[in-house]
Design a protein around this ligand. Structure first.
Ligand SMILES: Cc1ncc(COP(=O)(O)O)c(C=O)c1O
Length: 328
C-alpha cells in the first residue's frame, strides 16, 4: 500500500481517560479519547486530518489553503490556525450571512488572518465553480491554491483517523482493555470512515458506532463507501469493502444541524460537572447525549467498555451561550 505525505501538527497521542463517576452512574465503563487536546487553537479532530491534507498541499507547493463550511466551522478554524502556523494563507468560504458580531470559531478565523467570504446558498452549492473562481484570482497573483473539502473528509483526510485507530490500539493495550465499542459524532463522515478502515487495518476487533448530527444514515453509508473506494484506488489498498461495517445510529439530529435541545445542554453541563470535560453543542454533546440515551435503552447492554471520541468543538459553545444558560 502507498503511504501519504504527512506534516506533523497535532499533539499525539492524546490521553484516553476513564469517566469514573459517569460510568458508575450508567453501569458501563465509559472512556473518553481526548482529541479535544490535539492542540489549543487547532484543537479537535480536524487537525489529525489536516496533517494529511496539508501534507499533500505542501507536496504540491501550494500557497493558499481554500476550504469551506458553516459560519462556526471547527474545520475552517483549524485550517486557519494550521495555515498561519506553516506560513501559508487560508481562504474560508462560509455558508450563510455575516453575523453582526464575530464569536467562537469565526472570531478565531479573523484573529488568525484568514480571508473569509460569506456565500449565499446557491454560490455555496456550486462549490466547483466558486472554487475555480477564487483559485483563478490567486493564480493571477502567482499563488497556487489547494482545495480541502468540507471537514477534510476525502480519501486524503481519512488517514487522520486511520492513524488514530492505530493509536487507540496502543491506548487499549496500555489500559489493559478490549473495548466493545468506539463511539463518535459524524458530520462530514471522515472521522467515522477513518475509524472504520483503521479498525479493519489495525485489527482493533471492536465495533465503531456514530451518531449523525446532520443528514441521515443512508447519506453516510453512501459517503463512506465512496470515500473508501477513492482511498482504496489512490493508495492501492487490498482491504475489501466487505471487511467494513458502518453503524450509523440515526434519530438524534434534533431541531437541526447546529441546534441542540435543552437536554443536550443539560448533558454537557452534567459531564462538565462530573468529569471536568466540556463537550460542544453541535457534535460531541449531541452524540454523547445520544450515547447515554442508547445505553439506557439497552443498545450497548452486555458491553464492558465503551470509548467515546471527544472530537473537540469547544469554541462552538460561545455563540450559543444564551441557549446554554437558559437550559441549565
Ligand atoms: C467537533 C467536531 N466533532 C465531530 C465532527 C464530525 O467529524 P466528521 O466531519 O469527520 O464527520 C466535526 C466536524 O464535522 C467537529 O467539528
Amino acid at each position: 500500500m502507498l503511504t501519504p505525505p504527512r506534516v506533523t501538527l497535532a499533539n499525539l497521542p492524546t490521553p484516553l481517560q476513564p469517566l469514573d463517576r459517569l460510568s458508575e452512574k450508567m453501569g458501563v465503563r465509559i472512556w473518553i479519547k481526548r482529541d479535544d487536546m490535539t492542540d489549543t487553537v487547532a484543537c479537535g479532530n480536524k487537525i489529525r486530518k489536516l496533517e494529511y491534507s496539508v501534507g499533500q498541499a505542501l507536496e504540491e507547493n501550494a500557497d493558499v489553503l481554500v476550504t469551506w463550511g458553516g459560519v462556526q466551522s471547527n474545520h475552517c478554524r483549524a485550517t486557519a490556525a494550521v495555515a498561519a502556523r506553516l506560513g501559508l494563507h487560508a481562504h474560508l468560504l462560509l455558508r450563510g450571512r455575516k453575523p453582526e458580531s464575530s464569536d467562537g470559531n469565526l472570531l478565531l478565523d479573523t484573529i488568525l488572518g484568514a480571508d473569509v467570504n460569506f456565500l449565499d446558498p446557491a454560490t455555496y452549492q456550486a462549490m466547483d465553480e466558486t472554487y475555480e473562481r477564487f483559485s483563478a484570482e490567486y493564480a493571477d497573483k502567482g499563488l497556487k491554491t489547494f482545495r480541502i473539502p468540507v471537514g477534510a473528509s476525502d480519501e486524503i483526510g481519512l488517514w487522520g483517523y486511520i492513524n488514530c485507530a492505530e493509536e487507540l490500539k496502543q491506548d487499549f493495550n496500555n489500559a489493559g482493555i478490549e473495548p466493545d465499542a468506539i463511539v463518535s459524532a459524524t458530520g462530514s463522515g471522515g472521522t467515522l470512515a477513518g475509524l472504520i478502515i483503521g479498525n479493519a487495518l489495525h485489527q482493533l476487533e471492536t465495533q465503531i458506532y456514530a451518531f449523525n448530527v446532520c443528514d441521515d444514515e443512508a447519506y453516510f453509508v453512501a459517503k463512506i463507501g465512496e470515500d473508501f473506494e477513492r482511498w482504496q484506488d489512490r493508495y492501492q489498498s487490498t482491504l475489501d469493502r466487505s471487511q467494513l461495517t458502518i453503524n450509523v445510529i440515526d434519530g438524534y439530529v434534533g431541531p437541526g444541524y447546529g441546534r441542540a435541545t435543552p437536554q443536550v445542554f443539560q448533558t454537557i453541563h452534567e459531564v462538565a460537572q462530573l468529569e471536568g470535560i466540556v463537550l460542544d453543542p453541535v457534535y460531541t454533546g449531541k452524540a454523547f447525549d445520544a450515547m447515554l440515551q442508547q445505553i439506557r435503552t439497552g443498545r450497548f447492554s452486555g458491553m464492558n467498555d465503551l470509548v467515546f471520541i471527544h472530537t473537540g468543538g469547544i469554541y462552538g459553545l460561545f455563540p450559543q451561550k444564551d441557549e446554554i444558560i437558559k437550559a441549565i
